[in-house]
Every structure is written in C-alpha cells, then in structure tokens.
Design a protein around this ligand. Structure first.
Ligand code: XMP
Length: 326
C-alpha cells in the first residue's frame, strides 16, 4: 500500500483518546525507524514542525537535534518562545541560529516579491545545510509534512525549504504526521502539551514578515511591521478574537505621507490592518471589526510604533485582492 495515501479506515483524530492512540503508535514506529541514530529537524515554531518535534522528543529524546533558524522575519517573541518551550520545558537538543544579519543583508535593496522569496528560501537552505554538516551521525531528517501538503504537491513542504538540500546531503525522511489533516495535528499537539498559542496559531507564511514589509526590506520598517503586528495580536486577544478570526496581521507599505506630531510636520509610513476569514485560503472575506477596537489599535500603533503616522483598514476580499500583499 502507498504510505502516502490515508487509509479509508483511518479514524479522524478528534478527541484525546484518539490522539493518545496515535501518539503511542507513532512513538513505537519512530523508535523502530530511528533506532539509536540521530534525527534532524528544522523547527520553525509553526504548528506542524512543533508537533513533529514534540513527538520525536517523546520517542527518541536527545537523539533529536532541532535547528531553529531566526531569519529576522519572525513575529515578536517567537524565537524566545521556541527556545523556552522546546529547550527549557521539553528538554530538547535545540540549536538556535541567529541568522538575522545574513538574511537582511542579502535582502537589502531587493524589492521584487519573487526575488525576496527566492533569497529567503535559498538562504534558509544554506544556513540549514551548514548546521547539518557540523553535526555527526545524523541519518534522518524529520519534516512536518501534513496530508494537505501531499494532496496539493509532491509532498515536500516547500516553504520549509529543506526539500532542496544539496545531493551530497541526503537523509532518510521521517514524516510522522504526513497522513493528518490540520485539525488533527492540533488535537495531537494539544495532547502533547504544546501551548495553545502554538497549537491554534493562525497561518503564517514561510517568508514571514518579509512579505508584509512591502518592497525592499529595511530594518526600521521591518520593526514597524513587527511592533504593529504585536499590538494587533494583543488587542485581538483582549477582545476575545484570537482563534475566531482566521488570519490577521499588519502590513507596512513602502511609502510615506505627511502628518503632524508635537506641532511638527512628519513624513512617515502607514500601517495597514488586515483581518480575514477563510476556509482554505483560496478565497477570503474581511472580518468586520468593531470601530471601537479599530480605534484602540490605531491609537496604540500611532503612539507606540516608531515611524508611523497613519493606520488604514483594508476592506478588500480575496479575490480581487490576495490575503498577503506580496
Ligand atoms: P495569498 O496571499 O496568496 O495567501 O492570498 C494565501 C495563504 O497562503 C499564505 N502564504 C504563504 N505561505 N509561504 C507560505 O508558507 C508563502 O510564501 C506564502 N504566501 C502566502 C498566506 O499567509 C495565506 O494564509
């Protein structure tokens, strides 16, 4: 039987008992596959790679080597949370790579969206490749491939980019959640003890905040994206919208407009608020946010985020717009 086809008899994992059964079965299968060897995992902190990490920690403990690459395009607090949860709380063998300067230097002056994506992807492979070569005795590469990835593509999680490692660096793949749908991954993740904000995380693009810092990325404008995104997420959580709105974030386009601050003319960026609902990201409708919430977010962004003098609310559905700006 093709191991990439979900058997019709496989029950949908929708409760703790079914999750426990899946976890126990995978632990046994992973121990059998990996034996006493080492397994490498690119741990982004997204739901899928986090669940794979938690499963492997249970199955093979320190034989798992997680590599968390900070490309500088992560949301506020993300690298810190990955380190806290996996290294400190779960005792994982975690290599943290601060590659911020490397990525941002490569991206300087690049405004074409596809070029930006390509640079981020290629640099990710290059950083991961370097780390993998420093390690000895690694024979396996774990991936957070899930069933929709297999149905939609060739099964390689393209935005994690590890599918593109050079030919002389080949590992046997370990893909413990490849037959699961996203909702099942979340049930399993919750059961494995991952925090709610990891398990119920909204979709986040592989190139991260890079596609929300429209045009050529500069460090100051990227900070405006990161800081405004953190404020938006905080206010959504306070308003009880976390987990209710499918995807919400801020965008900082590459233009300035005039404003006035402390009696002086300013010439600063706008922040755009995007909040959409969707089922599978092929189409999306705009979440009608309360005006009082928009006002609160606007006022916080205008006082707390450096270099910003306007806040805009994007009312465009997909189609005609896309969800992201690049
Ligand atoms: P768009 O902007 O095409 O986005 O309406 C649809 C969904 O895909 C996410 N997205 C990405 N995810 N790598 C990813 O892993 C990417 O390059 C990428 N671009 C968009 C987006 O956040 C939305 O959920």
């Amino acid at each position: 039987m093709d191991s990439n086809v979900r058997p019709e008899t496989m029950e949908r994992i929708s409760n703790d008992a079914l999750a426990d059964k899946f976890i126990a079965g995978q632990i046994e299968a992973l121990r059998k596959q990996i034996g006493t060897k080492k397994v490498l995992l690119a741990l982004s902190g997204g739901v899928d790679s986090s669940v794979v990490a938690a499963l492997l920690i249970k199955a093979v403990g320190k034989q798992l080597v997680c590599v968390h690459v900070n490309h500088g395009l992560l949301r506020k607090g993300e690298p810190e949370q990955v380190i806290r949860v996996f290294r400190e709380e779960m005792g994982a063998n975690l290599i943290y790579v601060d590659a911020v300067d490397r990525f941002l230097d490569k991206l300087a002056d690049v405004s074409d969206p596809e070029k930006k994506r390509k640079i981020i992807g290629a640099e990710f492979i290059s950083v991961f490749d370097e780390k993998a070569r420093e390690l000895e005795g690694v024979e396996f590469l774990a991936q957070g491939t899930i069933y929709p990835d297999i149905l939609e593509s060739n099964g390689v999680k393209s935005h994690h980019n590890v599918g593109g490692l050079p030919d002389d660096l080949k590992f046997e793949l370990v893909e413990p959640i490849k037959l699961l749908y996203k909702d099942e991954v979340r049930v399993v993740g919750k059961r494995l003890g991952l925090p709610d904000n990891m398990v119920y995380r909204q979709p986040f693009p592989g190139p991260g905040l890079g596609v929300r810092c429209v045009g050529a990325i500069t460090r100051d404008r990227l900070e405006a994206v990161r800081d405004s995104d953190a404020i938006l997420r905080e206010e959504f959580a306070k308003a009880g919208l976390e987990g209710k709105v499918w995807q919400y974030f801020t965008v900082v386009p590459d233009f300035r407009s005039t404003g006035i601050r402390n009696g002086m003319r300013s010439f600063e960026w706008p922040v755009i608020i995007r909040a959409v609902n969707s089922i599978d990201a092929t189409s999306a409708t705009v979440e009608p946010l309360e005006f009082s919430l928009l006002n609160k977010i606007t006022s916080r962004i205008l006082t707390e985020v450096k270099g910003v003098n306007r806040v805009l609310y994007d009312l465009s559905p997909k189609p005609v717009a896309t969800i992201e700006y690049e």
